[in-house]
Design a protein around this ligand. Sequence first.
Ligand SMILES: NC(=O)c1ccc[n+]([C@@H]2O[C@H](COP(=O)([O-])OP(=O)(O)OC[C@H]3O[C@@H](n4cnc5c(N)ncnc54)[C@H](OP(=O)(O)O)[C@@H]3O)[C@@H](O)[C@H]2O)c1
Length: 217
Amino acid sequence: MTISDSAVAIIGAGNIGSRLAADFAAGGQDFLLAGRDAEAARKIASDLDGHAEVASVDEAVDRAGVLVVAVWLDDFRQFIAQYGQQLADKVIVDPSNPVGPDGEGGYRKVIGEQESSGQILAGLLPAGARLVKAFGTLSAPSLSAAARREPGRAVLFYAADDAAAGDLVADLIRAAGFEPVRVGGLDQSIRIEMFGDLHEYGALGRVVTRSEALKAI
Ligand SMILES: NC(=O)c1ccc[n+]([C@@H]2O[C@H](COP(=O)([O-])OP(=O)(O)OC[C@H]3O[C@@H](n4cnc5c(N)ncnc54)[C@H](OP(=O)(O)O)[C@@H]3O)[C@@H](O)[C@H]2O)c1
């Protein structure tokens, strides 16, 4: 099975959702775009050459096999609580960084130092749902600026326990204009979340190519 056999949806049409939408469309990837504000989603879709079909969140969950849930951690928890068993046969893609404002213009982690949102969310999903951690390792501006970079495609790291789900998301990363590099299972999520050693806002500190990424792992 490849990504072209799966219906893909982006849930959440904010900063990351809209940038991913543009990256997918530029790579010819069709997808459903579902935000809480349908008008905002329609505006985003109108610039994407027919690759984005605006849908309600209910409809996107119903129709798509791969759901990229581009919302903050607390909203992601609520999303899982709301749709529960409907997510059981889906690939759920998690770009979330478990951070919030630190009151001084920066960010701080909002979960325990050794916790990752990837592992927390995976533990909330129903049996059969397969979570893949991806698309959160770069800042929003880099997700736009580094897409389809030549020479030397920019890397997006991902983490997955399920190999087939990981392969599907690797296809999606390629469609978005990046080079996928698997960091390991979901127990490695913390490394590719903000402040992690492979994050743009962590020890790595920059966008890297495949050879640089393999050295960093
Ligand atoms: N910004 C970055 O540089 C960056 C980089 C990597 C990863 N991330 C991660 O990406 C996620 C989204 O960040 P963002 O910067 O895109 O935030 P954002 O601009 O605030 O967008 C979040 C969007 O999610 C929508 N939303 C919330 N709950 C929803 C639901 N149940 N159904 C549909 N839409 C829902 C919000 O809609 P409303 O406006 O109606 O609330 C909003 O449009 C976060 O987890 C963040 O950690 C962000």
